[in-house]
Design a protein around this ligand. Sequence first.
Ligand code: TXA
Ligand code: MG
Length: 338
Amino acid sequence: METKKLFCKSKKDIKTAAAILKDGGIVAIPTETVYGLAANAFNEDAIKKVFTAKGRPQDNPLIVHISKLKQIKQIASEFPKTAQKCAKKFWPGPLTIILPKSPDLNTTVTAGLDSVAIRMPSDKTARKIISKSYPLAAPSANISGSPSPTSAQHVIDDLSGKIDAVVVGKECKVGLESTVVSLIGEHPTLLRPGGITVSMLKKVLPDLVIDPAVENELKQDSQVLSPGLKYKHYSPKTQVILVEGSTNDFIEFVNLKVGESVAALCFSEEQPNIKIPAISYGSELDDAKKAKELFVKLRELDSLGVQTVFAHAPQKTGIGLAVYNRLIRAAAFKVIKL
Ligand code: TXA
Ligand code: MG
């Protein structure tokens, strides 16, 4: 199929995107986190097309995106006080909340789970398209396993010919997928870190616990709260190895590799002193910038044509935890501690 290119500034194009979705088609839409591959959340056939286009494992559930709070009752069977507080503080925005699923929602969206992930994006184009169509189930609009798309061009590179349309939007301000928090179970649990940080969440959810899979590799047979945590993720074709240590130690370490088929993904301050090919993903002190640049730079790495990239790990505080979480998965949990 030919993938139509639509533009967020054109009212006609927004209408076209909504019409394709109403017809059971699939459309990549911009959000403030990453581009999502959207389908009507209540149309099982459309949802199946999303799984097929991405090559997504059938047991990995999708997030349902809403534009108004009243849509929640179509999707979740409960909207507890804790969820209402989170919604009031962080929606519209980069927070996904897991709640018990409504019996009316098909199980293809939730991959057979009794729970459902819900988010109200802050991106105006995304909300306009939802308002003109339906609540939209939308995973990130990349081929499963590759870095998430933060531009329409990334979507086209991965999915051209496999989806009905892509809406070219404004920049993805956050650049990493939303924070996912489960409000099912004894304690609120952080399943995926993102733009809404642990300290922001703790103001509303003081008893928040962090799922061990956020920072660590899951042991085989351990119980998985979020199926997405199981899979290899965000990987460029080049092998990535995460390196933890100070700036001086990192520079010394990579400079010993001169002449090998390697490159560095480093902080901007380090780049002038690195003697192998190096791509910077932002200042050591600016975690928000690194979050925004990470997926762009992971895609760029493949153009260097080297075998291995040594990526300097960020601090695990604030949004740095989200950057660390994506990088350690891109590195398939291979870490060197200097
Ligand atoms: O920012 C985002 O969240 C983007 C944009 C498009 O909104 N979407 C996104 O979707 O990142 P996706 O499918 O790439 O990631 C959704 C994550 C997966 O790790 C999935 O396993 C988890 O959310 N998830 C979805 N439903 C769940 C549920 N009922 N219980 C636990 N985890 C769930
Ligand atoms: Mg994804």
